[in-house]
Design a protein around this ligand. Structure first.
Ligand SMILES: Cc1ncc(COP(=O)(O)O)c(C=O)c1O
Length: 473
């Protein structure tokens, strides 16, 4: 007899995730909303984890998946090619800068990043540059939860426990210009942060540096960080100067979320290798991809093959989902919507800054938007970490039927930011709904913390807040 058969809603769960926390049972999802079994409706204000780009319950995607399931749900890639994978690869290559002709499918973002790192290394070996192995990354950053991806991640609660188990890679500061209080112009700051890469390459010895990995628009570790325009081109030049591969982690920013298929397009940059996931199949199936320049792939294949792979790589069902999602994205001009609705959302979030002086910054691109709470807007001094504001505001919004996503912006240790990244199908009225619920939640937070409405805040809480420890990732 198995106990699992007798499980009923409300019984203890045998599942576990990061934290000791129960959530309601999901009943159904449609468009930008999800409902629990009690009939309560939630607005998906962060597309899950910035995943559900085309919204929930899309008929075309569900039909395409059903049709594929009826033919074949699985065929191992070394035994069969499959049409959805071929067609999706062709579509993706056409949406990427010319030259990015080759696509390697995986099941998610961490796998995509691991694949990028391993392809870069095997390319160096194929070129006779065995001495190149260091991958420089930015701090803070998030590139995934597997040990290779963690080695290039800058988010201490996630990396610190595993330091003895991995080869920690070097990093440079992420261009968090909004924290800088200097006399530099935006453009000068962008160049200043880019030069830190050059300095680091010279310090390490260029012959040892394999690649530089960056999120073109920051994700959960920085809260939608956008560098000054001058940063992007200079980084590309520095990589070229030293023969260092440029890897763009577009796991969160890609697949249309920022208003272009790749965020790289905003700055006309052609990275050497790209990681994609999340919005690619938009939550309908686990799917990610690595996209690379053809000469890189050819060199690795000529040298004996890519020594890497996953059982579910190129899975026909996941690729059928990704294909239908991408067709929806293109046919309904959802990238255009991301730009238009992103501007309205950013305007609404900036509007909140008038009434809530403890919002220190609003930033982002397209529908990858975030706001950050601070104790003092002038200096950007963070709220005391013990207040756990990052988890508390999420709970207050959740109680009111709005789902947002929070992390800590200062290497995961302090600083509170909140991602507001709804599906790209969102309407202006629904953005109004988000802003209205955020207002109610911020009012509740201000009341709990006794936050006065001026810039220098007394952040003594009225009552101890319910902490949600370890809510990272
Ligand atoms: C930029 C970036 N890279 C990699 C990952 C890891 O993706 P996954 O959780 O699908 O493994 C994430 C996830 O949030 C991400 O935002």
């Amino acid at each position: 007899m198995t106990t699992a058969r007798n499980w009923n809603p409300g019984d203890p769960s045998r599942l576990f995730y990061q934290i000791r926390q129960r959530r309601p049972l999901l009943d159904r999802a449609d468009g930008i909303y999800l409902w629990d079994r009690d009939g309560k409706r939630y607005l998906d204000g962060c597309s899950g984890a910035m995943v559900s780009n085309i919204g929930h319950g899309n008929r075309r995607v569900l039909d395409a998946m059903r049709a594929q399931m009826d033919r074949a749900a699985f065929g191992y890639r070394l035994h069969f090619e499959n049409e959805p994978a071929e067609r999706l690869a062709g579509l993706i290559a056409g949406l990427c800068p010319p030259g990015h002709e080759k696509v390697f499918f995986v099941s998610g973002g961490s796998e995509a990043v691991e694949s990028c790192l391993k392809l870069a290394r095997q390319f160096a070996i194929a070129r006779g540059q065995d001495s190149r192995w260091r991958v420089i990354s930015r701090n803070p950053s998030y590139h995934g939860s597997t040990l290779g991806a963690l080695a290039v991640t800058g988010y201490r609660p996630l990396t610190d426990p595993f330091l003895p188990m991995m080869q920690r890679m070097p990093s440079i500061p992420a261009p968090r210009c909004y924290l800088d209080r200097d006399g530099l112009s935006d453009s000068e700051r962008g160049l200043h942060y880019a030069e830190l890469l050059r300095d680091k390459i010279l310090e390490l010895g260029p012959e040892s540096v394999l690649a530089f990995i960056m999120e073109p628009v920051g994700g959960a570790s920085t809260g939608a960080l956008v560098a000054p325009d001058s940063y992007f081109g200079r980084i590309r030049e520095i990589c070229d100067e030293f023969g260092v591969l440029l890897i763009y982690d577009e796991v969160m920013s890609g697949a249309g979320r920022t208003g272009r298929y790749l965020a790289a397009e905003h700055w006309n940059i052609k990275p050497d290798i790209i990681a994609l996931a999340k919005g690619l199949a938009a939550g309908y199936a686990p799917l990610g991809a690595m996209i690379a320049d053809e000469p890189i792939i050819e060199a690795v294949l000529d040298a004996g093959g890519f020594q890497h792979g996953y059982t579910y790589a190129g899975n026909p069902l996941a690729c059928a989902a990704g294909l239908a999602v991408t067709q929806e994205l293109l046919e309904h001009d959802l990238m255009g919507r991301a730009i238009a609705m992103g501007a309205i959302l950013q305007c609404g979030l900036r509007g909140l800054m008038h009434d809530y002086p403890f919002i220190g910054d609003v930033r982002g691109k397209g529908l990858l938007q975030a706001f950050e709470l601070v104790a003092d807007r002038e200096t950007m001094r963070p709220l005391p970490a013990a207040l756990n504001t990052h988890s508390r505001l999420v709970e207050l919004a959740y109680e009111r039927g709005l789902i947002i996503y929070s992390r800590r912006t200062r290497e995961g240790l302090e600083g509170e930011h909140f991602m507001v990244c709804p599906p790209l199908i969102i309407t202006e009225a629904q953005i109004g709904e988000i802003i209205g619920t955020l207002r109610e939640s911020l009012d509740a937070l201000a009341a709990e913390l006794r936050l006065p409405s001026h810039n220098s805040l007394d952040v003594t809480p009225a009552a101890p807040l319910k902490a949600t420890p370890g809510a990272a990732a």
